[in-house]
Design a protein around this ligand. Structure first.
Ligand code: GLY
Length: 369
């Protein structure tokens, strides 16, 4: 088993990565449950696949799960679900010393984490991430949120989990498209700060995507270790360190906003194209070698993902995408911070990017079939 500690003073926690962790849940989390009933929030689809494993483990330890099920998809990160969940947690008698379990992908983790951040001013929670994206990114680092009519993740809190158990076995039921989307975030860690890991991804991507246990575990471990280091340095994204994790996200969020934050373009797919755009824009500014931008494009394509924004058939121009960026929650005082690249493995935060130039760049990219 790989164990990564997220070293936050007073709130440090482990991320454990291994096959079979759900079946061993009660032992892994034994010290975190004082009461006989364990509240678990789960995505309905994930519940269908994995509830019995968790239930058997808890029953063997003399505990009973109480389930709160949510519909899969972003629409569950809503005020109404937050209200229903917090009402349910209160009815379950959850108090500040308890831990609530989140079993699912980023939607369940974000909703549950936020509910736990505000329940009686904060109770504990345990992340059991069931998508590759959640295992390498959203379950670690304490960002929790819901969506509102004004945008995605606009209402939320930093609230760190007590424990994260990433069971690699659960990825066996994940659709290939979601594996690829999660893998984009894996490549991201190589691009932003670790050239050797990027090279490893180039060589081992197919194995990871095919579910090879050793390759998958290594990819998750390296990703979580990178994220844990960054979060420990800049938990609430103040110094610019944590902002590095947003590589590909400024372009990506604009694409998600344009496509409606749904099935048409998954978050990881948008990040993949966003990283290619960040690389190409870095090359346009003369910061990154053009051949490195091409190498990044090839890595995304080799993982089976769309790399070119022109292939999305958006039917909008660069100005429209830039307009979405102006409404990004990271935009301040009319400027939009961009994560760009000096080299593969060396990202930097640029707050001086001219949005008109980005729009012109995007027009070129949108037209380049
Ligand atoms: N997913 C970016 C972050 O956790 O900061």
């Amino acid at each position: 088993m790989a164990v990564i500690n997220v070293g936050l003073a007073g709130r440090a926690y482990d991320v454990r990565i291994d096959g079979g962790l759900l079946g061993n849940f009660a032992q892994e989390a034994a010290k975190l449950f004082a009461k006989p009933v364990v509240p678990i929030v789960a995505d309905k689809t994930v519940h269908g696949h994995w509830a019995s494993k968790l239930e058997a483990s808890l029953n063997a330890a003399g505990k009973t799960p109480a389930w709160f099920l949510v519909e899969p998809g972003e629409s569950s990160k809503s005020w109404s679900q937050l209200q229903a969940l917090t009402d349910w947690l209160l009815a379950q008698g959850v108090d500040r010393n308890d831990n609530v379990v989140a079993l699912g992908g980023g939607v369940v983790g974000d909703l549950t984490g936020f509910a736990c951040a505000i329940l009686k001013r904060g109770c504990g929670f345990i992340q059991l991430p069931t998508t590759l994206l959640a295992q390498v990114d959203s379950s670690v680092g304490g960002k929790t949120a819901i969506n509102t009519g004004a945008g995605k993740n606009l209402i939320g809190a930093f609230h760190q989990p007590s424990l994260v158990l990433a069971d690699t076995d659960v990825l066996s039921t994940l659709p290939a498209r979601e594996m690829q989307a999660g893998y984009a975030e894996v490549i991201k860690y190589g691009l932003l700060g670790d050239f050797a890991f990027f090279e490893w991804c180039e060589a081992n991507g197919p194995k990871v995507l095919a579910g090879d246990t050793e390759a998958l575990t290594y990819a998750i471990e390296q990703s979580v270790a990178a994220k844990a280091r960054i979060v420990a340095e800049d938990e609430t994204e103040r110094s610019g360190r944590r902002a590095l994790l947003n590589l590909g996200h400024t372009f990506g969020h604009a694409l998600e906003a344009e496509t409606g934050f749904g099935e048409r373009l998954l978050h990881g797919e948008a990040v993949a194209i966003g990283m290619v755009l960040a690389a190409k824009y870095s090359a346009r500014l003369g910061k990154l070698e053009r051949q490195d931008a091409e190498r990044i494009t090839a890595a995304i394509k080799n993982a089976g993902m769309t790399a070119e924004v022109s292939k999305l058939g958006l039917g909008c121009d660069g100005a429209k995408l830039v307009d979405h960026m102006r409404h990004d929650k990271k935009a301040t005082g009319g400027t939009v911070p961009f994560l760009l690249l000096n080299a593969i493995g060396e990202a930097y935060l640029d707050k001086t990017v001219e949005l008109d130039d980005v729009a012109a760049f995007l027009n070129d990219e949108l037209g380049a079939a």
